[in-house]
Design a protein around this ligand. Structure first.
Ligand code: 5GP
Ligand code: MN
Length: 350
């Protein structure tokens, strides 16, 4: 028996039932240490990964609410050069707790990171993180490099939001509708609306606790997936016009790209492109789907998806990024053809 399995059996029944079946892989000693560090801190700085998704921002804001209610000074941010909450996530409550990276403490006493699998994913806040006295890393990426001074990392968790919920209970906090909305955004984003194989009974049990607070699942779904500016249709048309199906490492590979110029014609922000991979990856003939998205700085953000046979996480990690077996990404500073050539090479090994 490993120590953490034994510890789990000793957990209070209340917490056990809240965790649901599935448990976790974080040792009790790590949770205890986190509570100790948070308990003694007057100010807690929170950071999530750049271009935050629902899991990164939702987990961070949920914990921010609870820390604030405990009387802590809370400062939360993410290290994007152009600091803006993606339109998709503007419905999340608690955004008044966010500050731009330049207002973030230069050397926090205690910093907690959310959903960030590497130090680099903290972007402009990586320097602040390097100077922080204690850094608690809350994450569920199997590729997490293990930075920071305390790891609360559980690769079996479907979302960082599941770990954030546990932390909230352990801090003595509970769920209200705002906190639940933030956590739900994370859970529903990372499970692909409860469609991915990560959707365990524990995921649905957590969803039940969140929905019981009275949050509006219909409104959250519309904000996240069922709306976009008209320009997205035009940009999507351009992306689909040049979509390619080729022989991949195992089965087919479908891929396309979207340039800055495509978006500029319609004033479409980069963040609006997030859902395009979900259309491309539907392709029956493809095992792997890839979308290259040129950001405002001219770098290519590469989104990859696998149906299971290929570990795109390993390929992306080899190219300087990371993610999960079936969903991963990285940044490329080469051109489209060069980027695809390098990716084909790595996918061949994955
Ligand atoms: P997406 O394609 O939706 O942007 O990202 C899919 C998955 O890959 C997410 O879990 C995300 O955390 C991870 N990911 C995307 N881009 C990067 C990157 O540049 N570095 C790392 N480490 N992970 C990434
Ligand atoms: Mn996540």
């Amino acid at each position: 028996m490993t120590p953490d399995v034994r510890d789990r059996a000793d957990r209070p029944a209340r917490l056990e039932s809240r965790n649901g079946a599935g448990g976790g892989t974080i040792p009790e000693s790590a949770w205890d240490r986190a509570l100790h560090l948070i308990g003694r801190a007057d100010e807690v700085a929170l950071a999530c990964h750049v271009t935050p998704d629902g899991d990164a921002l939702g987990s961070m804001l949920a914990v921010a609410f609870v820390l604030r209610s405990m009387g802590k000074r809370v400062v939360a941010s993410f290290g994007d050069r152009i600091f803006a909450v993606p339109r998709l996530l503007r419905f999340l409550p608690g955004q008044e707790m966010l500050v731009p990276p330049e207002e973030f403490p230069a050397a926090p006493e205690l910093l907690i990171t959310f959903d960030s699998s590497t130090f680099e994913r903290l972007g402009l806040l990586s320097d602040n993180t390097a100077r922080a006295r204690e850094v608690i890393v809350i994450d569920h990426h199997p590729s997490n490099a293990g930075f920071g001074t305390l790891a609360l990392i559980d690769a079996t968790a479907a979302a960082t939001a599941m770990l954030a919920e546990q932390l909230i209970y352990r801090l003595g906090g509970g769920l209200d509708r705002d906190i639940a909305t933030c956590l739900y955004a994370g859970l529903v984003t990372d499970t692909g609306s409860f469609r991915h194989s990560s959707t365990t009974p524990a995921v649905h049990q957590m969803a039940a606790r969140l929905v019981a607070t009275g949050l509006r699942t219909d409104e959250i779904a519309r904000e996240l997936w069922d709306r976009s500016p008209f320009g997205l249709l035009k940009v999507l048309a351009a992306a689909l016009e040049r979509v390619t199906l080729e022989e991949g490492p195992t089965g087919g590979m479908v891929w396309t790209y979207i340039t800055r110029v495509d978006r500029a014609a319609y004033g479409l922000p980069y963040a609006e492109l997030e859902g395009i991979i979900d259309i491309v990856r539907r392709t029956d003939e493809a095992e792997v789907a890839v979308v290259l998205k040129e950001d405002d700085q001219g770098a290519w953000q590469v989104s990859t998806r696998s149906k299971g046979a290929v570990d795109v996480g390993a390929a992306c990690a080899a190219l300087g990024g990371g993610g999960h077996h079936n969903a991963a990404g990285y940044t490329s500073h080469a051109g489209v053809e060069e980027t695809m050539a390098a990716l084909r090479r790595e996918l061949g090994k994955a």
